[in-house]
Design a binder for this molecule. Structure first.
Ligand code: ZN
Length: 138
């Protein structure tokens, strides 16, 4: 695998492979329970609402809001040094599920809870693109 970034590259599991395949194609996919239609993230084998093991994948809008965040100022590993300070955030997707990501393309001090954001994909290897979020409407 050729890495295009120094960032650690996620290793997809059988459960998460469709999610990462979607990110690579520019789609933010959510798992949808085929029994009760609950959308969930991160991918899991069992629906947390009805315990069904049957699911499918549904494209999300890619839009959401900052639910909570932290500005990381200290790089605990050398690989993160070029990135600090960066914003680690929980994004509440418009469809409901939360996703842990980064808010990019904005000064960390400008990030606020409730800020509208949209997904953007950053390729970091031949097969992996990270879903990151940038502000919209500001
Ligand atoms: Zn369900």
């Amino acid at each position: 695998m050729v890495q295009t970034s120094d960032r650690p590259v996620p290793t997809p599991s059988p459960e998460t492979q469709p999610f990462w395949d979607g990110c690579y194609r520019g789609l933010l996919l959510l798992q949808e329970c085929t029994q009760c239609h609950t959308l969930r993230h991160p991918p899991s084998p069992i629906c947390p609402t009805c315990l069904s093991s049957e699911s499918t994948w549904t494209p999300a809008s890619g839009k959401g809001t900052v639910y909570t965040y932290s500005v990381v100022h200290h790089a605990f590993r050398r690989v993160w040094e070029p990135l600090v300070p960066y914003v680690l955030a929980v994004i509440e997707l418009a469809e409901g599920p939360h996703i842990l990501s980064n808010v990019v393309d904005v000064a960390p001090e400008a990030v606020q809870v409730g800020m509208p954001v949209a997904v953007t994909f950053q390729p970091i290897s031949e097969t992996i693109s990270l879903p990151l979020f940038r502000p919209i409407g500001i």
